[in-house]
Design a protein around this ligand. Sequence first.
Ligand SMILES: O=c1[nH]cnc2c1ncn2[C@H]1C[C@H](O)[C@@H](CO)O1
Ligand SMILES: [Zn+2]
Length: 363
Amino acid sequence: MSDVTLLGAETLRQAPKVLLHDHLDGGLRPATVVELAESTGYAGLPTTDADALGRWFREAADSGSLVSYLETFAHTCGVMQTEDALVRVAAEAVEDLAADGVAYAEVRYAPELFVERGLSLDAVIEAVQEGFAEGTRRVAAAGGRIVVRTLLCAMRQHARSLEIAELAVRYRDAGVAGFDIAGPEDGFPPTRNLDAFEYLRQNNAHFTIHAGEAFGLPSIWEAIQHCGAERLGHGVRIVEDIKTDSAGTVHLGRLASYVRDRRIPLEICPTSNVQTGTVPSLAEHPIGLLARLHFRVTVNTDNRLMSGCSMTSEFAALTATFGFGLEDLRWFTINAMKSAFLDFDSRLALINDVIKPGYAALA
Ligand SMILES: O=c1[nH]cnc2c1ncn2[C@H]1C[C@H](O)[C@@H](CO)O1
Ligand SMILES: [Zn+2]
């Protein structure tokens, strides 16, 4: 942790990064929200000034509660109800991630949120895939390189998870790498979707579950032991099963031990966790402890628009707050690449051809 003073913003931007937890409907450019509202006739925006709108999202999301935080998505989803809008948002997301130094990203969204104006679920998925392909082409044409895969979410408060899981399997050869459940956690335990998870396991498909954010250990336990989640979206409240005694010795409970022993990846989203009140402040975020204990920690953005963040800014905040250095950032990145829902050969190639040389060039 010694090279922290050397890590300028440009070094952090250039460092290859791997992003496993990023919501498509949480990452729009403010100006795009304004333009799409205009072109699609969405009249609900709080302001049509792009800078003011960016500030509005950050402030409204800074609510201390996941449920209030989620209310801001009405506006992004409101402007994402046409194929053209979905293609544009997806293409811009890829450009923005590449500009942020992201080498591999899994971007997630819930197709069921984009059918208000009559699009079919298939049309939604195909439009987003077209946008990701277009964005990837634009990045390549500009001399860059990024690999993007999709995770399809089902919303916990709706009852469509089996249907969405079936779509994740049907589109797996078209760029959909896995499945997730998102939305309000308290009151909607993961076991409500057991049929979907059972279906995915039977089909050798990958899934993560948002758990351990707005609800604690029972949610994490269900996600892993009843549902079979491969990764935990956030998972940060696993810290409730870790105690430090008066002598400073750390004791892991059985669930925390299991998560660590099985190398279950934690998709940690530091700024988002502060905004939703999951942790009181970045300085008190358990990522420092979890990293020190060698949990399989990964660093993620969650929602770049609502948090006004990027992978670069999350890395910057973590280096400033916890003293992480390049070696730690490389560890987070390799952790994430190892945990991706991408085939083994491709993961290895990204580690050996992109991540390791990228960090070596910066050292
Ligand atoms: O951090 C989160 N927890 C639970 N749900 C979330 C989070 N961030 C975004 N979502 C929801 C809102 C989006 O509309 C949905 C799919 O991307 O996922
Ligand atoms: Zn999330």
